[in-house]
Design a protein. Structure first.
Length: 562
């Protein structure tokens, strides 16, 4: 997901009030069959789910945030049919109650329901453009339950099979290619291929008089999808997508992990973009550029956003966070990876410098006296979308950039690949990634990373040349208002110093874990920069004379990022 602007805050239940579902029935796979006509205001559907009941029960809990269940029945593995009574308890929790005991084992749950289309660009929603109605979806974070009954938590990662019945003249698409289709009585029924394991928030579909533009040069069938009359603006997206996808495939050492790729330009879409595998959605102003009037800023924004969402295909979709408290990692990694490959493919667009600006923005936010830790337990829905702010995207990206520099790019990449290999098509946590990075590097990554994740604020690193090639480093918390901290707060900071003597430039990386430390550069230095290439998430300061010396080299001795 790439959120643009201010994020809305949704009303949620706490854990004690039923945020997490009890596992009285665990889904194994789910079929969703929907009768959809964008010209209407409501729709009907059927859910067929294979479930594992670990022990005998009379209750099955799942999520329902709007659909009205009209019938529910369980067919046991022994062939017995058990009727179920559907009631919604608390908020969004659907309770199915059986008159008799449901035995342990694998069974099939069937439900029929009726629902109205959302009109707030959320869940399964309807939008009218130039008099033409369309249907799109936006399920992250908890809006799949508003479209159909389901187990709407990221840890329930299962195969899905969608079947859509739509008016014959409309295009319908979903995460996967079409398996079969038939037409009768003016209606077209499309059966899509079963997905690999996905959480509910990544299921996606679209219906309407959509236009498509093929994208050549990719390993899988790829299209840009627009509403009617907008396909002529897809040329830049057609040009940018193949090299960005190829760069990501090279980094991850494997092909794009899904069977097809549609990039949808969606009107009336409050998110910036969403990483639905095979059906990535974008605000149309991001994905569509006027070939006559488009400028470099629009192309840069498109490249960074497309790369961000494509990076999610591996980091977020192939491997999914176990719970929302690691949303920061999902978004941080995609931002870091997206800018990295976009800068590689299109260096003329200046995304590397843009990354420094975004880091500065995060530091300004993080330098307030009242801020939050980047990672925090998600125990209520009130804090869920708070976890998708500038800290999750920009601070997280900067922290990953800093740790890549500390470990070395190839070692960091090796750790990422170990993580993906270990958790492919499953769920994982931030600590799983730290473990893979530690295994790849031989360094204890977790304590250093935790010092940036588990406490609020941004450190200030002060550096002073002592002579003889020695530098004294000190750290404390930085406040934007210039005030001094009232309590000691320490980080484990991978500090990379750039320094020079004459025309020679060198660098040295140390882990600053104490309040003060002296570093031997190994050679005398005339000048020093405490944050080489501006790849560390910390403010820095120098004595006035040393800052003057550094400034004098700005035109010749410093990198563009610096």
């Amino acid at each position: 997901m790439l959120a643009v602007g201010l994020l809305p805050v949704l009303a949620w239940n706490s854990v004690s009030a039923g945020l997490r579902l009890p596992k009285d029935a665990v889904p194994l796979e789910q079929d969703v069959r929907l009768d959809l006509d964008p010209a209407k205001e409501d729709y009907t559907g059927t859910v067929v789910a294979r479930v594992e009941v670990p022990k005998a029960t009379r209750l099955i809990h799942l999520h329902d945030g709007g659909p009205r269940v009209e019938s529910a029945v369980l067919r046991t593995s022994a062939g017995k049919k058990i009727g179920l009574v559907a009631t919604v308890e608390q908020r969004d929790i659907l309770v199915l109650t059986a008159a008799v005991t449901i035995p342990a084992g694998r069974h099939v749950l069937e439900m029929t329901f009726r629902n109205r289309y959302n009109t707030r660009a959320d869940s399964l929603y309807k939008v009218v453009v130039d008099g033409e109605p369309y249907l799109f979806t936006q399920f992250e974070d908890t809006a799949a339950r508003e479209a159909f009954p389901c187990w709407d938590e990221p840890s329930f990662k299962i195969p899905w099979k969608l079947t859509l019945t739509v008016p014959a003249g409309l295009l319908a698409l979903a995460n996967t290619p079409i398996e079969s289709e038939s037409t009768a009585d003016g209606l077209r029924t499309i059966v899509f291929k079963k997905t690999p394991p996905l959480p509910s928030y990544l299921v996606a579909l679209a219906v309407g008089r959509l236009e498509t533009v093929p994208v050549p040069g990719t390993r899988v069938p790829t299209r840009i999808v627009t509403v009617r009359g907008k396909s002529g603006l897809a040329g830049e997206a057609v040009r940018q997508t193949p090299p960005l996808l190829a760069a990501l495939e090279r980094y991850f050492g494997q092909p794009y992990p899904f069977e097809k790729l549609d990039l949808l330009a969606v009107p009336d879409y409050w998110y910036g973009a969403m990483e639905n595998p095979g059906a990535i959605t974008f605000r149309e102003t991001i994905l569509l550029v006027d070939p006559k009037g488009g400028d470099a800023e629009e192309r840069s924004h498109m490249a960074g956003t497309v790369a961000h969402e494509l990076a999610h295909m591996w980091f977020g979709d192939l491997v999914t966070m176990a719970w929302w408290d690691d949303m920061w990692l999902n978004e941080s990694f995609a931002s870091w990876m997206g800018d990295k490959v976009a800068e590689e493919v299109y260096p003329e667009l200046g995304l590397g410098v843009g990354q420094v600006r975004e880091m500065e923005r995060a530091m300004s936010f993080d330098g307030r006296r009242v801020t939050r830790a980047m990672r925090q337990p998600v125990e209520s829905q009130d804090v869920l979308l708070e976890a998708a702010d500038t800290l999750a995207y920009n601070k997280g990206q900067a922290v990953l950039t800093m740790f890549e520099r500390w470990l070395g790019p190839e070692t960091f990449r090796k750790g990422v690949l170990l993580y993906l290999e270990a958790h492919a098509w499953g769920n994982a946590t931030g600590s799983d990634l730290w473990g893979s990075l530690a295994k790849a590097s031989g360094k204890d990554v977790s304590p250093a990373m935790s010092s940036f994740l588990e406490q609020p604020g941004v450190p200030l690193v002060s550096a002073e040349l002592l002579g003889g090639g020695r530098v004294r480093l000190t750290q404390r918390r930085f406040f934007q208002d210039g005030s001094a901290p009232t309590a000691k707060q320490l980080w484990r900071i991978p500090v990379t110093l750039a320094f020079g003597n004459g025309k020679t430039r060198g660098s040295k990386t140390v882990l600053l874990s104490t309040e003060s430390a002296t570093v031997d550069l190994g050679t005398p230095a005339e000048w020093i920069h405490p944050n080489a290439d501006e790849r560390g998430y910390y403010r820095w300061s120098l004595p006035a004379a040393a800052l003057d010396d550094l400034s004098a080299r700005a035109s010749s001795g410093l990198t563009t990022r610096e």
